[in-house]
Design a protein around this ligand. Structure first.
Ligand code: DC
Length: 225
């Protein structure tokens, strides 16, 4: 089996890299953050307070989440676009501290990782979801660099972006994700540490692909672009 776990703070480019790796090695890409985001979206839709763990737990009794064909599915609906807002980013970080929420996403993630070759990205993949993954990578970049990349992305998409505000949101989310009581973001002891602050996207993809090939013998099925 080839299971690649990529963990790291938000805005590091994990999704871009994980998608490219899935493409090169012909394996399934799974974005666990998208499932936390889908749950966050549902709390807004159902008018449930993000600090009300009991109501969130009740809401989850009637909630189906999945990650299928690169799409985040909430109760059978594709919510991939709706979950990409700043409000959802912060709310996902808040609700992901509850055990009922983590259990819900963990169950789906563990099932997906047990049935196929995957590259799965999140905060606790190497530590909790697939502790025996063949490859574990902890990807990070300086907060200032992540903020600058994010501002460039937003401006390119024709959206407004203010550097200091983006940096503050990145730091706030880093703090929440790293300091929650249950399964916080941390590097697994056996993970390869990759600081991408000074890497281009192509260099980053190559670095991860080389780690996979050198450690497992798996070859990419596609030529580099
Ligand atoms: O990777 P992302 O930005 O889409 O994740 C959104 C939030 O979900 C993140 O701030 C924390 C939470 N999350 C988590 O707790 N564990 C994961 N494995 C993935 C995401």
């Amino acid at each position: 089996m080839l299971r690649v776990a990529i963990d790291g703070p938000g805005g590091t480019g994990k999704s871009t890299i994980a998608k490219a790796i899935a493409d090169r090695f012909g394996i399934q890409y799974i974005d666990t953050g998208a499932m936390y985001r889908a749950i966050a979206l549902k709390t807004i839709m159902c008018d449930v307070n993000q600090d009300d763990e009991v109501s969130i737990s009740k809401m989850l009794d009637n909630t189906k989440i999945d990650f299928d064909n690169n799409k985040a599915m909430l109760d059978g609906e594709d919510v991939s676009d709706k979950i990409r807002t700043n409000e959802i980013s912060m709310r996902a970080s808040h609700v992901s501290r509850y055990s009922c929420v983590r259990r819900k996403v963990d169950n789906v993630s563990k099932y997906l990782a047990s049935t196929r070759n995957v590259v799965m990205e999140g905060r606790d993949i190497g530590t909790v979801v697939i502790p025996d993954a063949e490859i574990k990578i902890f990807m990070t970049a300086k907060a200032e660099i992540r903020a600058r990349r994010r501002v460039e992305q937003l401006l390119l998409a024709g959206k407004e972006a203010e550097y200091n505000q983006v940096l503050k949101e990145i730091n706030d989310r880093d703090y929440l994700d790293s300091n929650r009581a249950i399964n916080p973001l941390r590097q697994s002891e056996d993970a390869v540490y990759l600081d991408t602050s000074n890497m281009s996207v192509e260099e980053n993809i190559d670095a991860v692909a080389d780690i996979i090939t050198n450690r497992t013998g798996y070859q990419s099925i596609k030529e580099k672009r």
